[in-house]
Design a binder for this molecule. Structure first.
Ligand SMILES: *Cc1c(COP(=O)(O)O)cnc(C)c1O
Length: 434
């Protein structure tokens, strides 16, 4: 089937995410037929290097034999069983492994990131209710934060274009000053700026702690905000202040988890243990939808009771799906077998060095954190993001700039030759869309 036939059939029947569908009158969809490593192939055999890991989910390349085999094996045994009243080996093993990795030993599953956010918010609220503090009902997050698009998650998200239309449907939440070092004053270091934001946080918490249930935060990198990065001291201090004022810290590691920032979880770099950690995206290596909220004994125990309604009566039909869990187990096995976190440090250094060629162009804030790389383009072109995306795809590179921020978050299996291609084409695409 040709690209053209696929395109018209898709536009007739599929409502695509995060898209004004009318724009597809001008900008064509790209119909993908298969993937291999970092490459996606369209119906006519043209290939695209997936520099953004298909919205940050893919870790070890498309068509990865180890993850694929694990799913196939699981498929021959058990495809799914409801997790209420039943259990199975993949979900047990995965929960034990994630508990060991995070130090949070109780795992509650869902299928996507936004649902994990909802679960963490509800659990936090319910914990305070179960422990006699039912006035703790409010949540705070950072300016420019992103925690998903369902109503609860959107309430703690701070991205105008996603949020404003739905404002009347959302719960009130407050946003704390954002420690993203791009917002620092000229003479201010990332660290001293972060500490200034900590002071604002402390002031707010000291005044409002009695009504606050939790502070939800993206550790180290605010990805959807355009890869905004901040000093780990902010996270470390936020942990201290939240403990002092009895407010839960929810680490939303949905995007930054599983090695993206250079450690398995970003919170590790601030030696922070959150009360809840939300994981999704990379958890299955980008194979199947799965998310999880991990929490600690103390919180779990507050729900453990003879009374049914003190329990956490939340569910999703596909909670703990065995196929998704088997993909996650295979993904974790690759981290161990291939010493991925250590090898990524070398790969990151290689990309950092290559990235310097972008300074020939009008760019600013060249930055990186582990396997996330970004820079801001200085241009008057109001259509920069869309045009840069278009030009890059024509040249065989999948880039999806966020406003004027161009970033790479490639699968960890990217080779040096593929990195060269990614860097060269990025430079070309940016240069021709300034
Ligand atoms: C993507 C993302 C979410 C939402 O996950 P979905 O699976 O898209 O619902 C939440 N938080 C962060 C930090 C994310 O990057």
């Amino acid at each position: 089937m040709t690209n053209q036939t696929l395109l018209s059939r898709s536009l007739e029947s599929v409502w695509h995410p995060c898209t004004q569908m009318k724009q597809h009158e001008i900008y064509p969809l790209i119909p993908i037929q298969r993937g291999e490593g970092v490459w996606l192939y369209d119906a006519e055999g043209k290939r695209y290097l997936d520099a953004i890991s298909s919205w940050w989910v893919n870790l070890f390349g498309h068509n990865n034999p180890r993850i694929k085999d694990a799913i196939k094996q699981q498929l021959d045994t058990l495809e799914h069983v409801m997790l209420a009243g039943f259990t199975h080996m993949p979900v047990i093993e995965l929960s034990e492994k994630l508990g060991n990795l995070t130090g949070l030993g109780h795992a509650f599953y869902a299928s996507d990131g936004a649902s994990a956010t909802e679960i963490a918010l509800k659990m936090s609220f319910h914990y305070w209710r179960n422990t006699g503090k039912s006035n703790k009902t409010k949540f705070i997050s950072l300016q420019n934060s992103y925690h998903g698009e369902t109503l609860g998650a959107l309430s703690v998200t701070d991205v105008t274009i996603f949020k404003d239309t739905y404002a009347p449907l959302l719960m009130q939440s407050a946003q704390m000053p954002c420690p993203d070092w791009r917002l620092a004053k000229d003479n201010e270091s990332a660290e001293s700026y972060a500490l200034r934001c900590v002071e604002d946080l402390e002031k707010y918490l000291s005044e409002h702690h009695e009504e606050l249930a939790a502070f939800i935060i993206e550790p180290l990198v605010q990805c959807a905000a355009g890869m905004g990065m901040y000093h780990p001291v902010y996270l470390a201090k936020a942990r201290e202040i939240c403990s002092k004022y009895e407010i839960h810290l929810i680490a939303d590691e949905i995007a930054v988890g599983f090695g993206r920032t250079g450690t398995m979880f970003a919170s590790e770099q601030a030696q922070v243990k959150a009360d809840f950690i939300c994981l999704s995206k990379g958890i299955t290596g980008g194979y199947l939808p799965l998310s999880v909220v991990l929490t600690k004994d103390k919180i779990y125990q507050a729900f453990y009771d003879d009374s049914t309604v003190r329990g956490f009566l939340h569910s999703h039909s596909y909670t703990g799906n065995p196929l998704a869990c088997s993909a996650a187990l295979a993904t974790l096995a690759i981290f161990e077998a291939d010493d991925v976190i250590r090898k990524n440090h070398e790969k990151s250094a290689f990309i950092q060095a290559k990235m310097q060629v972008l300074t020939d162009l009008p760019t600013s804030n060249l930055r990186y954190q582990g396997m996330i790389f970004a820079f801001d383009v200085i241009t008057q072109n109001t259509q920069f993001s869309r045009q840069c995306y278009q030009t890059a795809t024509k040249l065989g590179l999948l880039l999806r700039p966020i406003g004027n921020t161009v970033y790479w978050m490639p699968p960890y299996t990217i080779t040096e030759a593929e990195i060269d291609f990614m860097v060269d084409v990025t430079k070309q695409a940016v240069k021709s869309t300034l």
